[in-house]
Design a protein around this ligand. Structure first.
Ligand code: KG4
Length: 339
């Protein structure tokens, strides 16, 4: 029996999960409310909060799984990409615990984790998993990429943002409307009550499968600035329509390139992953495209779309089975150019 403890600490969520033979037994996440007041993640505060949270989160994950430390076969951890200070907490903790228990460590690329979230199995709920090769639109606060997934370890980024990530653009638009951080859930909720055709913003014209969201964000900002000069209550009076319109533009941009990639590659297994994949408008658009183009689509459960250790555990389990272990001299990496 293989029992894996997984640790995720790449950004502002401290998470630990326990998996037995690839089946998830527990997944505990402590989110950091401290950043809300700043409208975005403050790296220094994130690493301090990880330091406070990591021991209780790991303890709780083991307790909920009913697993003692001595029963662990390996510790999987997020090595990168992410915030260096945040990663250092998880990586150092994983190293210390693995050394004290005399068990192997398995380093996991955070982005692989998001993609492999589709392979998380929970007891009594067998999930249908994508077949390789599949396409995955990975959209989060830090990433907007179309990934061609050839195997659990062979992933090729065929398109990506040249500036802001989709989640970053959503969060910035939320901030200028005074809707707080993170903006995704509130924009999603308000967008459902608004008219997506009410306002038009600049559409990015980027070749190939790449994205750009900074122009859209700036166009939104200037539009609001002009409207506020005419009517200081403009945002308040048009909140739902503003959210619906900006969300539609972002979804249309994301889907256009994903559809192009599916057409060009002939791949009909199409998944979404990352925090922005929780967006109900994006999920509806994927389902609609799936019907139109005869794709089989995969949408992660909400708790597995934002940062979580369960996805790191699955990725770690797949590597563990093939003996792909990490080592004590491994250091975290903030960025990766490739997957
Ligand atoms: O994957 P994630 O938890 O962490 C990062 O890697 O950043 O993604 C966080 C991002 C944030 O930008 C947040 O606003 C966005 O995911 N998000 C959403 C929704 N829920 C979270 N965006 C749109 N709609 C949502 N329902």
């Amino acid at each position: 029996m293989t029992t894996i403890l997984a640790i995720e600490s790449s950004c502002d969520d401290t998470s630990a999960a326990v998996l037995q033979d690839g089946v998830l037994l527990s997944n505990v996440t402590a989110s950091q409310a401290v950043h809300e007041a700043y409208g975005g993640v403050v790296p220094e505060l994130a690493s301090r909060a990880h330091e406070q949270n990591i021991v209780p989160v790991v303890d709780q994950a083991l307790r909920r799984a009913g697993i003692g430390r001595e029963a662990l076969s390996a510790i999987a951890f997020t090595r990168g990409p992410g915030l260096m200070g945040s990663l250092l907490v998880g990586v150092s903790f994983a190293k210390g615990m693995a050394a004290s228990l005399g068990i192997p460590m398995v380093d996991v690329n955070h982005l692989h984790g998001h993609v492999l979230a589709h392979f998380i199995q929970t007891p009594g709920e067998p999930a249908e998993v994508p077949q390789y090769p599949f396409l995955c639109l990975l959209v989060s606060g830090g990433n907007s990429q179309i990934v061609l997934v050839k195997s659990y370890r062979e992933m090729e980024i065929i398109g990506q943002t040249i500036d802001d990530a989709a989640g970053e653009a959503i969060d910035k638009c939320s901030k200028v409307m005074g809707l707080g951080y993170p903006g995704g859930p509130v924009i999603d909720r308000l967008a459902r009550q608004g008219n997506p055709e009410a306002f038009q913003f600049a559409k990015p014209q980027i070749p190939g499968y790449d994205y750009s969201f900074s122009g859209l964000k700036t166009s939104f900002l200037y539009f609001l600035r002009d409207k506020l000069k005419e009517n200081e209550n403009f945002i308040e009076e048009n909140k739902a329509d503003l959210c619906a319109s900006i969300q539609k533009d972002i979804i249309d941009t994301l889907m256009k390139k994903l559809i192009k990639a599916a057409k060009d590659t002939g791949i009909r297994q199409v998944a979404i992953a990352g925090g922005v994949s929780a967006n109900t408008g994006l999920q509806d658009a994927l389902i609609a495209a799936g019907k139109k183009y005869h794709w089989q689509v995969f949408i992660p459960k909400f708790k597995f779309s934002t940062d979580n250790a369960a996805m790191i555990g699955v990725a770690g389990y797949l590597k563990y089975q093939r003996g792909e272990f990490g080592s004590q001299d491994m250091t975290p990496y903030a960025r990766t150019a490739t997957l």
